[in-house]
Design a binder for this molecule. Structure first.
Ligand code: 13P
Length: 377
């Protein structure tokens, strides 16, 4: 019997013997596997490639380089990403949209197989997107709990071993107490359901960059949302050793005049994490949220200048893919160059994960911001 199950069985026997109710009887057949999967993803010098844009968002990316949003074009782009030679050295997990999880490459190979061959764990976005939250200040809530247990079982069968659920918090719009609570509770329910199906949940309450607030206000809101999220995760018996977090970094708003250096972002972000995140959590995998490729790598590097209680790494979409798209331009003759651009960003962030990144060879393009007001994923 696996260790976690044995422990739970022993707790139940002990509770019966003393006539008391066991406080925690939660243990599933997946507990040991969840811990292993999370540990594999949160491994030294590696992070996550987020490539789970919805078909609509992927389409916008393709249109930016003059390509039509067809299934074939999405396949070709995603094939470019997952077949990049050597990617597994820097990337430990890749989050896919449902279409990609069940898709084959043009040569008929499963996309998931391309990843696992390189030691990259396949992941799946399981939320159903954001919709307006009634009676709030124009805020939103994240759908997808209905039928989630069955979908997670199917995703596991298809090879996924971790999941993502992205909820958002808007500082510019409040945030209202009801929006914070809904975001936190939804994440906790999702995390419990995903773990019961063998998927390591990435817990992502994205505090949006939108707004003109200062960094102290961002710290305050981040502390509030993470406190609620951990409270509800504890209430839902989520096993903290088998989750990964995906926070936004603590920064001033996109419209703030204040520009803060990476050392300040690192100081504030680590302060927030130390105050809110137990060391049982194996990994913190940041989103890039509209920062430039360069900024997000520099900030990550600054956070890894001294040891942290958790693996502090990346789970970027825009900050890994921006220069790939620009290099590729949808042209077959640029396919390899696009893969090289991905490898370059992945390597830079791998070094930043170990606190060893040197920005002296970066191009001006890497400093281009990817921020877009009201960005939809
Ligand atoms: P960005 O890095 O583009 O913010 O996206 C990461 C992500 O997966 C958001 O859910």
């Amino acid at each position: 019997m696996a260790f976690a199950l044995k422990q739970a069985a022993a707790q139940t026997v002990a509770a019966k013997a003393t006539g008391r109710r066991a406080v925690v009887v939660r243990a599933t057949k997946y507990d040991d596997e969840l811990i292993q999967t999370a540990g594999k993803i949160a491994s030294k010098g590696r992070g996550i490639l987020a490539m789970d844009e919805s078909n609509a968002t992927c389409g916008k990316r393709l249109e930016s380089i003059g390509l039509e949003n067809t299934e074939d074009n999405r396949r070709t782009y995603r094939e470019l990403l997952v077949t990049t030679p050597g990617l597994g050295q820097y990337i430990s997990g890749a989050i896919m949209f449902e279409e990609t999880l069940f898709q084959n490459t043009s040569s008929g190979k499963k996309m998931t197989e391309c990843l696992t061959e390189q030691g990259i764990v396949p992941g799946i976005k399981v939320d159903k997107g954001l919709v307006p939250l009634a009676n709030s200040n124009g805020e939103s809530w994240c759908m997808g709990l209905d039928g989630l247990d069955k979908r997670c079982e199917e995703y596991y069968k298809a090879g996924a071993r971790f999941a993502k659920w992205r909820s958002v918090v808007s500082i510019a719009a409040g945030p209202s107490q009801i929006a914070l609570r809904d975001c936190a509770y939804g994440l906790a329910r999702y995390a419990a359901i995903a773990q019961n199906a063998g998927l390591v949940p990435i817990v992502e309450p994205e505090v949006l960059l939108d707004g003109d607030h200062d960094i102290d206000r961002c710290l305050e809101v981040q502390e509030a949302i993470w406190a609620e999220t951990f409270k509800y995760m504890a209430d839902n018996n989520v096993m903290f050793e088998g989750i990964l977090l995906k926070p936004a970094m603590v920064t001033p708003g996109a419209d703030s005049k204040a520009k803060v250096p990476p050392e300040t972002v690192a100081k504030y972000t680590l302060k927030m994490l130390r105050r809110r995140v137990p060391p049982a959590v194996p990994g913190i995998m940041f989103l890039s949220g509209g920062q430039s490729e360069l900024e997000s790598t520099l900030n990550l590097n600054a956070m890894n200048q001294s040891p942290n209680p958790w693996h502090v790494s990346f789970s970027y979409a825009r900050a890994l893919q921006n220069s790939v798209l620009k290099t590729w331009q949808g042209k077959p003759e640029n396919f390899k160059a696009g893969q090289e651009a991905l490898l370059k960003r992945a390597k830079a962030n791998s070094l930043a994960q170990m606190g060893q990144y040197d920005p002296s060879n970066e191009s001006a393009e890497a400093a281009e911001r990817t921020y877009e007001k009201g960005y939809k994923y």
